[in-house]
Design a binder for this molecule. Structure first.
Ligand SMILES: Nc1ncnc2c1ncn2[C@@H]1O[C@H](COP(=O)(O)OP(=O)(O)OP(=O)(O)O)[C@@H](O)[C@H]1O
Ligand SMILES: [Mg+2]
Length: 498
């Protein structure tokens, strides 16, 4: 009996003549968890899309349970027992949770009649396994990003698979949900399921994976046992050189206040939130999923209607009723859900970059040259990997889409920026560059609200940290109080008046 579940030989992939994967061999044993890491655009998702039948390789062979297979559609992959939790959500927004989970795989009473009861029941069981409360009948549209992620995970788990591919499943999850997912993965492993785990969080890779394989520019770099390679070595193998310190030195803010939020409330979502932001300050927002951080950001920029509350910018009262008012008042917003509200995937790079700042490019006639030049600057600044400025964003890797979302948020030159998970899906090296970039912004007197589920970056970047719990502000931490333990105390209600 062949010990390997899957083996690939010489897999290559070209898109319109551009080679993005080159001669990749890899193998995965039964019950093994393989970490797959590499910079944004290294080819991780492409390799996994090939194995799950979404792309067909330009060259190469795949062997599954010892037999050569041709995986030329997702259907073939599913039949072999290969499931994927994709990097970008693949849910149908107007359908509900159970309809999405069983899409194309519906349970039926007979040939014609759907067994809705059975599907609801199974969905509930899956949610219980994930220790998540989501009603099977909720329409996807109404879910938070973290909840959508949980539905994607449930969907993959609903099929009994031999190989489960997880493409950055934890970017929007907090510690609790990540632990639940890891427990599930360990359990599946014990049942002989093999997994490929893609993540930019190298600590997670070390924790959950047996082996780690590193790709750079579509090439195989190395494979190692995770107990024998440090996070630093992983990162250096990814970028091909030695890395310097991750976080820039914190800059002290001015004492002037640039933003004051007073007594913000939204029915059932936010309760009397008050805080201020100094000029040149980075104010972090931490909390568990559902604590209300994104909702607060959306209320500030006018996506959500508030029940009460006042907003002052530079000491003057302003009324922000919609996102355009926010832009006009110098507030920029980088949304957490890049494919929902951030970018438009069937627009090209230029159109996305200037989406909210178009009027800066001419009143009646758009200055195309200026648009192109600005976009080119962002491409250089953030090292956005794009075939051309005219490439549609749907062909970008996840991390590169995130960088475009960032460029779009910065282009109107805001004075206050709300970053919601700014480094979501971004590789270690690019993260570091973004941290230094944000630090340069605050040196110029720009103020930032920094929402993140990664405590490490909150601690590394912020002057103060506001911790939210269940729609309320549990506390604001400063100086030596900014540490993981203290943040978790407030987030979970051990400390604070929430
Ligand atoms: N359908 C496509 N058409 C053209 N180019 C593509 C397509 N899909 C991927 N690419 C290109 O292939 C390269 C590898 O992309 P891939 O999505 O595999 O990267 P990744 O390693 O998953 O990166 P990330 O960490 O950002 O998710 C990128 O340069 C990307 O632009
Ligand atoms: Mg990817």
């Amino acid at each position: 009996m062949e010990d390997f579940l899957i083996k690939t030989k010489g897999i290559s992939k070209e898109f319109s003549g551009v080679r993005v994967l080159n001669n990749i061999d890899f193998e995965l044993k039964k019950g093994e968890i393989l970490g797959l890491i590499g910079e944004n655009g290294a080819g991780k998702s492409t390799l996994m899309k090939i194995i799950s039948g979404l792309y067909f390789p330009t060259e190469g062979e795949i062997f599954f349970e010892g037999e050569k297979v041709v995986i030329n559609s997702p259907f073939v992959a599913k039949k072999l027992g290969i499931s994927i939790i994709p990097q970008e959500f693949n849910l149908i927004n107007h359908l509900n949770v159970y309809e999405n989970i069983f899409l194309g795989n519906e349970k039926r009473k007979n040939k014609i009649v759907l067994d809705k009861k059975a599907m609801r029941k199974k969905t509930k069981e899956l949610m219980n396994k994930l220790k998540t409360v989501i009603d099977p009948d909720t329409v996807i549209e109404g879910l938070s990003v973290a909840q959508k992620q949980m539905v994607e995970i449930a969907k993959a788990l609903s099929r009994d698979s031999k190989l489960l591919i997880l493409d950055e499943p934890t970017t929007v999850l907090t510690i609790n949900e990540i632990e639940i997912l890891f427990d599930l993965m360990r359990n599946l492993k014990d049942h002989g399921v093999s997994m490929v785990y893609i993540s930019h969080k190298l600590g997670e890779v070390k924790e959950i994976c047996d082996e780690v394989m590193i790709l750079r520019d579509g090439n195989f770099v190395s494979k190692a046992n995770t107990s024998k390679i440090s996070e630093k070595e992983m990162a250096e193998n990814m970028v091909g050189r030695v890395l310097s310190e991750v976080y820039p030195e914190k800059v002290s803010p001015d004492s002037d206040l640039c933003l004051e939020v007073k007594d913000y409330s939204v029915d059932r979502v936010l309760h009397n939130i008050s805080f201020d932001l100094k000029k040149g300050e980075i104010l972090g927002f931490a909390g568990l999923v559902g604590a209300g951080r994104t909702e607060l950001a959306e209320t500030i920029i006018g996506i959500r209607k508030k029940k009460s509350g006042e907003l002052l910018i530079n000491g003057e009262k302003v009324e922000i009723k919609n996102p355009l008012d926010a832009v006009n008042n110098g507030i920029g917003y980088l949304p957490e859900d890049r494919q929902g509200t951030g970018i438009i995937t069937n627009f090209d790079l230029i159109k996305n970059t200037t989406l909210v700042s178009l009027r800066n490019y001419g009143k009646f006639i758009i200055n195309k040259k200026k648009e192109r030049e600005r976009t080119r600057e962002y491409v250089d600044e953030f090292k956005i990997r794009a075939a051309s400025l005219k490439t549609k964003l749907e062909f970008f890797s996840g991390g590169n889409q995130q960088k475009v979302s960032l460029a779009k948020c910065l282009d109107p030159q805001p004075k206050i920026i709300i970053f919601d998970e700014p480094t979501r899906g971004i590789d270690v090296n690019a993260k570091r560059e973004i941290y230094f970039f944000i630090n340069d912004l605050v040196k110029k007197g720009i103020s930032c609200i920094f929402i993140s589920s990664e405590l490490e970056e909150i601690i590394g970047m912020c002057n103060r940290v506001a911790v939210m719990k269940e729609g309320s502000l549990a506390g604001i931490l400063e100086g030596e109080h900014i540490n993981e333990k203290e943040i978790m105390y407030y987030a979970t209600g051990v400390k604070g008046a929430a």
